[in-house]
Design a protein around this ligand. Structure first.
Ligand code: 2ND
Ligand code: ZN
Length: 360
């Protein structure tokens, strides 16, 4: 059975890997850029959406990341940050996402003179507003922030401290992102060790544009609680003489410890980590029962949504409601909020809704 995007939109979903600056509405980029005089490749709204998608479709993570200069440029004031965050919460709720962790790098939003605290507060206020509107419209969403430090920069300790400072008011964890090759996670070991001492949770972009050494460092040196992408863990899965998959020690460790993989299929096609959805390692990783989750990464650059990612998987691998429920429960189990809250969402929201869908 292949499920359509429209059918999947009705089901509750959880999203762990989504960049705030990669999910703006094209119309908002046009409007905000016009107000500050920032030049765009085109000011036609649908043309701009197409431009982001095409420009990000470069086959290289470095070139993919260049497109963010246009979104980050319009996210330099409290008002704009708040609006972008509000629209993000509304759009996710509209897609049927009931739980989301959305990440952004505060250090990228200080060019207009804002301090790091002001950046975080503006985004959190926007999330709260968007969640309020969504609840009023009958589509409640619980949304938390992950603070990202850029891996080529040297502000990770400051950002980690910021994440701890706002841990009780909407920030649920920490992350590092940016170009992976040449910037190993161990450059930021002090930040990760600090977070561990603070009993804080963090994920690390690893195993996207670079392979097993990056994943190994993220887990065994830095102590990552989840992997951003982690898709290249398949490099440690070989085929035995009997034709069955054989897990190397790192892949076995990831599976045995139920380390969550924040997989982002469409994004991986654009950065060259996979050639097509049907060849994407998510099929094999799901079959091997890794702790797989499905994510959008950057909804604007990939012209996607959680429902669309799931619809693509349904088409490519035949995923039906039981598989989508499994992916959703996996994501909820891997969320950085309290156990009680995770359990309540699984038992009271996710399971009853999928039980109905499965029963038809
Ligand atoms: O998929 C990604 N890999 C590495 N870095 C990324 C990815 N998507 C977005 N980023 C970067 C660009 C953004 O400006 C930054 C913070 O969201 O994170
Ligand atoms: Zn990402």
């Amino acid at each position: 059975m292949t499920l359509s995007i429209e059918e999947i939109r009705q089901a509750p979903k959880a999203l762990l890997h989504d960049h705030l600056d990669g999910g703006l509405r094209p119309a908002t980029v046009v409007e905000l850029a016009d107000a500050i005089g920032h030049p765009l490749p085109t000011t036609d709204v649908s043309g701009l959406g197409d431009w982001f998608h095409a420009a990000a479709d470069s086959g290289s993570l470095e070139r993919y990341l260049e497109t963010f200069s246009h979104t980050v440029a319009v996210m330099q004031t409290e008002e704009n940050l708040r609006r972008v965050a509000r629209e993000c919460a509304e759009d996710l709720a509209d897609d049927g996402v009931v739980y989301a962790e959305v990440r952004f790098a505060p250090e990228l939003h200080t060019e207009g003179g804002l301090g790091l605290d002001a950046v975080v507060e503006a985004v959190l206020a926007g999330f709260a507003e968007g969640a309020r509107t969504a609840a009023e419209n009958g589509r409640p969403i619980r949304i938390g922030a992950l603070l990202t430090a850029m891996r080529h920069a040297a502000r990770s300790m400051e950002i980690a401290e910021l994440a701890v400072r706002y841990r009780d008011t909407g920030v649920v964890g920490f992350d590092i992102a940016g170009a992976e090759a040449g910037f190993p996670p161990t450059r930021h070991l002090d930040a990760f060790e600090y977070l561990q001492r603070e009993n804080a949770r963090f994920t690390i972009h690893a195993g996207e544009a670079f392979g097993l050494p990056s994943i190994w460092q993220a887990i065994q040196w830095c102590g990552a609680h989840r992997l951003g992408h982690g898709v290249r863990i398949v490099d440690d899965v070989t085929t035995g003489a009997d034709g069955e998959p054989v897990l190397g020690r790192l892949a076995a460790y990831v599976r045995d410890t139920r380390l969550p993989l924040e997989l982002c299929p469409s994004s991986n096609l654009q950065t060259g980590a996979a050639a097509s959805i049907s060849e994407h390692p998510i099929g094999l990783l799901a079959k091997l029962r890794f702790r797989v989750t499905v994510n959008t990464d950057n909804r604007l650059m990939s012209a996607t949504s959680v429902s669309r990612e799931m619809a693509l998987l349904s088409e490519a691998f035949g995923f039906g409601w039981p598989e989508l429920r499994w992916l959703t429960v996996n994501a909820m189990k891997s969320a950085f909020i309290d156990f009680d809250e995770r359990l309540a969402l699984i038992d009271d929201v996710v399971k009853p809704a999928y039980a109905k869908l499965i029963a038809g």
